[in-house]
Design a protein around this ligand. Structure first.
Ligand SMILES: [Fe+2]
Ligand SMILES: [Fe+2]
Length: 290
């Protein structure tokens, strides 16, 4: 059993500090096995914004898998943008552009999809796809394989297709070969869970595509601040969205979505059928003695 907290689109520079503080305390209380941050740590890639993002990360549990977003590339400074676009990200956040974590139940790989030549669109390149193949294909399929990008592999219905990750089709073919289970992303500022089977139609494979809303920023797209808690106990996965409730000053869970692995990939399971799924270690079961 593993618990992953999935945060995205922090946008330091446009942060609601009251929300930020409750994100920190809520995530600390969840005691996750890993924290994922899927990009846009800052609003304008300025040093003081990255410093605040660094302090925020330092207050959260580890290990952390962090990738940059389009907002982490300087927009107005021409030399920084094209000469050394992720210089500040590398200095304050991490120099590791393909972060990786694995244990005997989960493997998480982060891929940088932010690019200098566009202000908003993202893409993945062939060497990144090869790197993901090298790491994920060698891992046993009983380990849940998770890929983190800023730009998403799938979109909510009727969403602008421009927000889709560039070259996603090429990447998806390889990720399917390696048995990728979950694709985590941000960028939309909308919480959404989809399946690759609908868009990519690769026989015998369907990964979950989980987008997170903005955890801490005031850049809402018609949704309150949110983040995801993903619980994994193979062959079951639960995705729970934590939604900010301003009156209560707290994040509360929305109805959880449950999934089970099958011959054709990850399939949704109705709540009644999922009631028997176990997402707690036996050692953590409270007996009533304490
Ligand atoms: Fe964003
Ligand atoms: Fe973005």
């Amino acid at each position: 059993m593993r618990t992953i907290v999935h945060l995205s689109d922090l946008h330091f520079g446009r942060v609601d500090y009251a929300v930020r503080d409750v994100v920190v305390s809520t995530v600390q209380a969840l005691q996750p096995n890993a924290v994922v941050v899927s990009g846009d740590l800052t609003q304008r890639a300025r040093s003081h914004q990255f410093q605040e993002a660094r302090q925020f990360l330092d207050s959260l549990p580890r290990p952390q898998i962090v990738v940059p977003g389009n907002h982490d590339v300087p927009l107005y400074n021409f030399f920084a943008r094209f000469g050394r676009p992720l210089d500040r990200y590398r200095r304050f956040i991490t120099d590791d552009m393909q972060p990786f974590y694995a244990d005997d139940e989960i493997a998480i790989i982060g891929i940088n999809t932010a690019r200098s030549l566009t202000t908003k669109y993202g893409r993945i390149n062939e060497s990144q796809i090869a790197g993901a193949r090298e790491r994920l294909c060698s891992i046993d399929n009983n380990v849940t394989k998770i890929v983190v990008t800023h730009h998403p592999f799938d979109l909510p219905e009727n969403h602008d297709e421009d927000d889709l990750l560039g070259r996603a089709q090429l990447a998806m073919t390889v990720l399917a070969e390696c048995g990728a289970d979950v694709l985590l992303a941000g960028h939309l500022h909308i919480g959404h869970t989809g399946h690759t089977a609908v868009r990519y139609k690769i026989a015998g494979h369907s990964a979950l595509v989980v987008s997170a809303g903005t955890a801490t920023s005031t850049r809402h797209r018609g949704e309150a601040n949110s983040f995801n808690v993903i619980r994994i106990n193979h062959p079951h996965i639960q995705v729970e969205r934590m939604i900010w409730q301003p009156e209560a000053g707290a994040f509360t869970p929305a109805a959880a979505e449950n999934f089970q692995f099958s011959e054709s990939g990850w399939k949704p399971v109705p709540a009644e059928a999922a009631a028997g799924f176990v997402f707690a270690d036996e050692s953590e079961v409270i007996t009533g003695d304490n």
